[in-house]
Design a protein around this ligand. Sequence first.
Ligand code: PBG
Length: 343
Amino acid sequence: MAFPVTRLRRLRRSEQFRSMVRETRLTPESFVYPLFVCPGEGVRKEVRSMPGVFNLSVDEAAKEARQTYSLGVPSIILFGLPEKKDEVATGAWADDGIVQQAARAIKREVPNLIIMGDVCLCEYMSHGHCGIVRATGGPQSLGAAVAAPPAAGTDYEIVNDATLELLARTSVSLARAGVDIIAPSDMMDGRVGAIRKALDQAGLVNTPILSYAAKFASGFYGPFREAADSAPQFGDRRSYQMDPANVREAMREIELDIEEGADMIMVKPAMPYLDVIAAARERFDLPLAAYQVSGEYAMIEAAARNNWIDRERVMMESLVCIRRAGASIILTYFAKDAAKLLA
Ligand code: PBG
């Protein structure tokens, strides 16, 4: 050999060496485990497209929360499947709503677990959209928009500002029920500011907001919509969630949410958007979360079930790569299983 070979392999020789020079480490402290709460008692219903993930009644959710905490995972995020859906998402902001009930029960059971509340209306709306639907050009106000729903087959739009009132109401109700962190995922403009103002007015000045700041209109949410029964009954979410092609716009979304008072920011989905995570890390100093969404989980589970990939290996690789890209907090359906492997 005429030239000296640069021997990077020297430090890869053994697990001891590899561990010494490892740049990124996973710890269960960075995980947030999503829970889907449904009506009833003793209910544990597996989600068809998400093996290992369940719809849980409040009592079962409290047990699951305790187990999650005992594995070293410090936080959960709650989603609700209400008894009834309507045109104003009553189930989202009612003080006896399903997530409010779950938050109270979980706080009693595991006081130190950090409870995040996903703030969105799609699970609670009869039409499955994240905001109020009205006929295109129809009335703007909340009451009038609800009173004038679009007739079947006519043009409709998702009204922005009237929706903010319901998101703010939901946030205050969740915080009062014991939710520690408010996490708006609806992608209406101005929602972080509206929620911050409502929380402050209610005296909830210490409740932080984790904004789903750069949330893309993604096909990877498919299994979630089965888990949360939240698929839009018509149309899609492209008029409020972001175009997957845009990273500069994602920076603008994040910047605005920070200006409006976000305490933490999120990029979602995670794996196909690692460049967005890296760009956000580079540019902003707030704690940065990434959501490894239902479709990412389902793909890995499905391939593993076929013995096409090694489940544990791919699970841990996917998580360490999300962290390497720059996320310090990871919302993932693998939280419990990954925590077990890290113990
Ligand atoms: C509510 C919401 C969704 C997810 C989190 N909050 C669904 C959506 O926007 O359609 C997706 C989470 C996942 O896929 O795991 N809007």
